[in-house]
Design a protein around this ligand. Sequence first.
Ligand code: NAD
Length: 488
Amino acid sequence: MSAALQSTELRVKARDAFFIGGKWQKPLGKGVLNVISPVTEQVIMTFPEASPEDVDRAVAAARDAFDNGPWPRMSVEERSRYLLDVAERLKARHPELAEAWTTQVGAPISFTRYASWQPAELFEYYGNLIKTYPIVDERRRDNGDLVRVVREPVGVVAAITPWNAPLVLLCYKAAAALAAGCTVVAKPSPETPIDAYLLAECIEAAGLPPGVFNVIPAGRETGDYLIRHPGIDKISFTGSTAAGRHIAAVAAERLTRASFELGGKSAAIVMEDADVGQVLQSLVPFSMPITGQVCFSLTRVLVPESRKQEVLDAYVGAVQQVKVGDPHDPATQMGPLTMERQLKRVQGYIAKGREEGAKLVVGGGRPKGFERGYFVEPTVFSDVDTKMTIAQEEIFGPVVSFIAYKDVDDAVRKANDTIYGLHGAVYTADAERGYEMARRMRSGSVTVNGMIVDPKMPFGGFKQSGIGREGGIEGLELYFEVKTVYFA
Ligand code: NAD
């Protein structure tokens, strides 16, 4: 990475400790996590990796804070004040949040500067929502007797998050869980621990009671220990569908509450009457955001037979203009992939696409002038059949498949021909027709003529893209148990 382009210094208070029980505590294990620059491939920071003993300590602290501490029992107004204070502190550290995202993940700084307001927005949103949410609902039985249906916090939450949008995804969980009155043990991804430390510092500075929020970065072995821990009441997981299946099976054994935000293979249906200029505006950036490493990326483009060449040519022309480069350069639109295993994975899928007979229209290799770093060219395949591996599996890289359809029914069938169902788009001159198409798509959200994911609205998956919804009121309700109180 050209050091000259790195503008903000990353200051993490305690890089040799975990945030447990309101204190920075030295690790009990010896594991080390290396943060590797995706541009230089060099180790840029190290953090301790949590061991099972560290998990025990973090869960014990969260358990004590939930069972005996003030957090679940304080008034919603008081909890709200704490959350709004955290939001202000996240805003004040906005440049560092953007810097952490770009440095670890390789996401362009122009994008992270814009998207790094979301963590504060989420704390503000849930901090305000909890003040008006009907925690106690008074109802009447048929005989007129009073019943109170109460929402109570579900307990100690294990929040497990991936590396692609580390802080935003953690804040979806942490802000909603804390607002509900839960306590949290956060296990961020081993590749991107910095953001969770920054959040812990904001939470510490806001003075939340000890044990309410704890951070123990680690890999999947320690994560596996955490999800099996008897002190955990709820698992909130964001990550791959493969890991989600495993965690769901573990949760089923103890009937631990669990919600899942998993992988995607989202389709963009371009209708006969779509305006190609309008299509490109959102399709180009959102078919490959963060080098395609976003769960809702529109990676399958469904085009009518009659317009397939026109739309493909326009899209490929635009993709060729995407500026690939150092993610710290404000002019860069696409940085590298985040890690070596991502590069290997994406190269493997590109090879598979060729092997199975898809036509490589553009990209497929390393961009010129980038001998180092996990760079890959934006890649487009046409003549893709829905049965091909590249049309079925989540690549998690900048690889887009063009699939032709015969008529509207064929478009819907092809859009739904996947185990996933996270997001989708429909492009058409007739918004109501777009809405009808959206209703036929088996996915958790659909945007007509663009790409919108608003954290104040529910987001999540149909089918194997997840269980439950994060964001919006639904995101808060993930962290409640319902209790019915009768008066005999
Ligand atoms: P991953 O499943 O490998 O890991 C995600 C997290 O789970 C990491 O913290 C990892 O350490 C942990 N983990 C893995 N196995 C575990 C286990 N057995 N027990 C406990 N913890 C375990 O996924 P990834 O490669 O980090 O992230 C990419 C995936 O995340 C993609 O599939 C992407 O679509 C998905 N994702 C989904 C959403 C969404 O909102 N639906 C958002 C972002 C990313």
